[in-house]
Design a protein around this ligand. Structure first.
Ligand SMILES: [Zn+2]
Length: 408
């Protein structure tokens, strides 16, 4: 219906289609979704990431992918449920320590695949994705690991749980370049990252960049790229761990949101919807056709389509209106050239931004045509009922919020 209503949206610029490839000899049986937390696309593109680039060479990289939200919990719920934040309703600020609603009671990708007979394993290193909030739903195993051990743990899953002729889903969530940054020695050498700021075991925290103590901003920006490169090497190990399963496994690499690294004089991923936060990588190992802008909420549909499973998700891959949301603030785009931002809270700029002429989103123009698109979108996308089931987070998870810099 949305597609039909928005048929009058501007025609996207013609892009060369992905290179045609011979019809698959074997159908896709398995899927691995890799999420690298806090990874903005411009830095992913400028860093040395041969493994992620290699996936894109055989498949496709989205021209502009938008995360459905700009912090982990609501964004991952969209990625699991295929629902926009307006639809699933989980749109709370980070700092509300202690109590959070459960993951809404809507079908999740792991549940759908599990019901289809898939073995489902989730390995995550961001402790916010806690079982107590319901992120484990649909997974045979939902286990906390570290970025360093992710590939080895995944290799053990493939070795022990995957069987020839079976079908398998793995969700691997790296912390990646999320604060605090702890680049490897090799990456530090390559990027000349030395000095007291890098000493100690905690790593360089974003709070130091926010306060800009002793040149911390410059160091943070360089360290951010260094950690992306470390994470790419880990993605390479994950791909290697697939062994013979590689050829019939769909692999997707994306992120839950980006990071502000000094734009608008801000560091971190607070209550904004600027491009460094919304624009994330989306790399798919198969040469699927992607629209000019695609939401990470379309990933469940992409997965089930590629695996030949019949399931209709709230967000379709071909959706012509793409939205990102943060604490009631809405960003909307039709083709990635213009972006409307509506902000009832008054925090940050609002208006239309011309992403071609003004990629830094500094000159807010009048809303105009995008007001209509927003009106249509809100009229066809149902708003979720308020979430009433709330759980008290454990001490451990609360501590995790502090460690990740959500609470200072
Ligand atoms: Zn995150």
């Amino acid at each position: 219906m949305l597609l039909f209503l928005l048929a009058c949206a501007p025609t996207p610029v013609e892009e060369p289609s992905p290179q045609p490839r011979a019809v698959r000899e074997k159908p896709l049986e398995n899927v691995v979704v890799v999420v690298i937390d806090t990874l903005r696309e411009d830095r992913a593109l400028s860093a040395q990431t041969p493994h992620i680039d290699g996936l894109a060479t055989g498949g496709v990289r989205a021209r502009r992918a938008w995360s459905a939200g700009t912090w982990t919990l609501p964004a991952v719920i969209s990625l699991f449920s295929g629902a926009s934040i307006r639809q699933h309703g989980w749109d709370l600020p980070t700092g509300r320590i202690g109590k959070y609603p459960l993951v809404p009671d809507v079908p999740l990708l792991a549940e759908v695949l599990h019901n289809e007979g898939f073995r489902t394993d989730g390995l995550y290193s961001n402790g916010l994705l806690a079982e107590e909030l319901g992120f484990h739903r649909g997974f045979d195993v939902w286990r906390r690991v570290s970025d360093k051990t992710m590939a080895a743990q995944f290799s053990a899953v493939v070795g022990k749980q995957w069987t020839p002729g079976g079908r398998h889903f793995a969700y691997l969530h790296f912390l990646g370049p999320h604060s605090a940054l702890k680049p490897s020695e090799g990456a530090r050498d390559r990027h000349d990252l030395d000095g007291p700021i890098w000493e100690g075991t905690r790593g360089l925290e974003i709070g130091a960049a926010k306060r800009n103590e002793s040149g911390a901003r410059e160091a943070y920006n360089a360290g951010y790229v260094a950690v992306i490169e470390d994470t790419d090497a880990r993605v390479g190990e994950v791909l290697a761990a697939l062994g013979d399963y590689r050829e019939d496994t769909l692999v997707i690499v994306t992120s839950d949101h980006g990071e502000l690294l000094g734009e608008h004089d801000v560091y971190g991923h607070g209550y904004w919807v600027y491009e460094p936060l919304t624009h994330v990588p989306l790399v798919v190992s198969e040469p699927v056709e992607l629209p000019p802008v695609v939401s990470t909420a379309a990933i469940p549909q992409l997965v089930t389509d590629q695996l030949g499973i019949d399931h209709v998700w709230p967000t379709q891959l071909e959706e012509t209106t793409v939205v990102s949301q943060r604490e009631g603030k809405i960003a909307l785009t039709l083709d990635g050239t213009k972006k409307g931002v509506w902000d009832s809270s008054g925090k940050g700029e609002q208006g239309v931004f011309d992403l071609v002429a003004d990629p830094g989103e500094k000159n807010a123009l009048a809303h105009g045509e995008l007001d209509e698109a927003r009106g249509i979108w809100e009229s066809v996308i149902p708003r979720a009922e308020p979430l009433t089931e709330v759980v008290e987070l454990s001490e451990e998870t609360q501590q995790e919020l502090k460690t990740l810099g959500y609470i200072e």
